[in-house]
Design a protein around this ligand. Structure first.
Ligand code: FAD
Ligand code: EPU
Length: 348
């Protein structure tokens, strides 16, 4: 366990924005994680677990303990039909996917190059190119912050949805994911439904799918090691059929997909059609290649990002009547905060 006081967080989150926290602690074992939560010197402070910081924006100085997840280890078992992986929460997700491809363990390749830790993957049920974490998840192990026992949830119990899971609701702030179990079939079939993947032959290999995904992502998404960002800033809004029909009547070109509870609309398209690609406030800008991504173009502050996000929100709402919800988690002084709180404050 390493402890740092008043640590600058810019190296610990992919937006790369200057912001500090009162205490930063690294944890390598579940026992250390428990020690941090039980330590009397930090009892009164808010605490949050951080993976690779690829889905967060620290909006202010964090007056609490940031716990860096460094739980490492991967176990692989197999039977006649499946590979079973048990992955500790602090393992890197993109490294895991690449390693599986190199070991001829197929099934994760569509989720290549998604930054973050394996333990963060279930939180928002990461997804890309036709697959979500729930499609490969067998179980999730979490440390219950009330009993300090590790509890296993099977896939159904995780209540996965689009960028959603039980960890954002019933278990919010009551659980730390310490490990995930993946179940990957040996009867692998490529998943090629998503647009650009259709160019691949149905006889393609997992490595070919992996390479294709890496190629698409490298072209579209900014590399956070060079340009700070947190991936898609907003979620794609899911509209009711009636709301969608109204929108489509006025904007027949709107890009949409069927969703389990309505119609999912491409937020990137909505933002792009507002003419916002490249739009900049302070050092924060809308990415030129992908309007759903906010970048730290030039020493952006958290306020630059918030003001830009507010401008995007208002522009889309005024033009289409669609309220965007941010996917990126805003971490305030001692708790999570939301853009609509900030928008309301501006109005009053
Ligand atoms: P962090 O940002 O560190 O944490 C995110 C939230 O989860 C925080 O609230 C944190 O407190 C909480 N948390 C983290 N670990 C735990 C834990 N062990 N237990 C409990 N709570 C925890 N996402 C997609 O779904 N699909 C994509 O295609 C995609 N592409 C991206 C591309 C880029 C370039 C970037 C920068 C991001 C992208 N993302 C994508 C978002 C991001 O990669 C995922 O949300 C990822 O799972 C975040 O992992 P992390 O370890 O960085 O989480
Ligand atoms: N589009 C535009 N202009 C843009 C961006 C997008 O017109 O600037 C339109 C295009 O028509 C495109 C459509 O929007 O066909 C969808 O765009 P894209 O395929 O790039 O996907 P996305 O909906 O913007 C989602 C996820 C990504 C994930 C990709 C691939 C969300 C919020 N985002 O993006 O996840 O990688 O699909 O599956 O669901 C993330 O969550 O951080 C993330 C990057």
């Amino acid at each position: 366990m390493q402890i740092y006081l008043n640590e600058n967080l810019s190296a610990y989150h992919t937006f790369g924005i200057e912001q500090s926290c009162q205490v930063l602690v690294t944890v390598d074992t579940v026992a250390e994680l428990i020690d941090v939560y039980r330590d009397p010197q930090w009892q009164s402070l808010p605490k949050m677990v951080l993976g690779k910081g690829s889905n967060v924006l620290f909006t202010e100085f964090y007056e609490g303990v940031v716990i860096l997840n460094q739980l490492r280890g991967i176990d692989v078992r197999e039977d006649e039909n499946h590979y079973f992986l048990h992955v500790q929460g602090g393992e890197g997700w993109p490294e895991l996917v690449e390693w599986c491809v190199s070991q001829q363990i197929p099934g994760l390749e569509n989720l290549a190059m998604i930054p973050g830790c394996a333990g963060s993957a279930p939180i928002q049920n990461i997804g890309a190119y036709g697959i979500e974490f729930q499609d490969v998840c067998d179980y999730v192990d979490y440390l219950c912050l009330e009993t300090f026992q590790v509890i296993r949830l099977n896939r159904a119990e995780c209540l996965f949805g689009y960028r959603d899971s039980i960890f954002k609701h019933q278990l919010y702030q009551r659980a730390v994911v310490v490990g995930v179990g993946l179940k990957l079939t040996k009867a692998w079939q490529p998943r090629l439904k998503y647009g650009p993947l259709q160019q691949l032959a149905s006889s393609c290999s997992p490595a070919e799918v992996f390479d294709c995904i890496c190629d698409i992502r490298t072209r579209k998404l900014p590399d956070p090691t060079r340009i700070g960002n947190a991936g898609s800033f907003f979620k794609n809004p899911v509209l009711t059929e009636a709301q969608f029909q109204t929108l489509a009547a006025n904007y027949p070109d709107v890009v949409s997909y069927p969703a389990s509870s309505g119609v999912k609309v491409a937020a990137g398209w909505l933002i792009d059609q507002c003419g916002l690609k490249g739009f900049q406030i302070g050092g924060a800008a809308i990415h030129e290649q992908q309007a759903l991504v906010v970048i730290n173009r030039q020493h952006a502050t958290a306020l630059d990002v918030i003001q830009l996000a507010a401008h995007v929100y208002r522009s889309v709402y005024e033009k289409y009547g669609v309220a965007l919800e941010h996917e990126v988690r805003f971490i305030g002084r001692g708790s999570e905060v939301y853009l609509d709180m900030w928008l309301k404050e501006q109005q009053s």
